[in-house]
Design a protein around this ligand. Sequence first.
Ligand code: HEM
Length: 134
Amino acid sequence: MTPAGPEPDPQRLLSGHPAGDPLPPITDKHITAPGQWVLFSPDLTAAVDPWGTTFASNLTPDDTGIGPWTEAQFLKAIREGKSKGMDGTRPLLPPMPWMNIAKMTDEDLKAIFAYLKSLPPVKNVVPNPIAAGM
Ligand code: HEM
């Protein structure tokens, strides 16, 4: 985070919320009306509000990211909002706007998947989401 806003970190591009990074405390000063604001951590990889706390996923082609994913899994994750793009998994949570991205063409989604697979792999086990009120 800089005075002008967040700067991309090329070493950690799209690798999700850094494992082990503690979230700053949330105080009444930040939430004047609980449930009416959405808070983002300064690096924009964690978001908090009515649904709980979510962490941006590791989308790099490491084993801890989308390394083992097939293209079909990626399409399922985006089109059906399924974590890991598999049946029987939990729904993807906000702020991931999968309902909007789901409207992209197969061609565009396949191009995004190919791009993600071309990134340098970053080892980072992103924390699971935390239910609201925990
Ligand atoms: C073209 C744009 C995008 C693509 C291709 C994309 C792709 C993905 C994929 C495949 C996952 C699931 C990873 C997994 O199951 O392990 C995911 C999760 C996530 N994305 Fe996105 N995403 C996009 C845009 C965004 C935007 C704009 C935001 C935030 C404003 C966002 C926030 C998140 C978060 C927080 C998660 C974790 C959700 C959860 O754990 O339930 N994504 N994204």
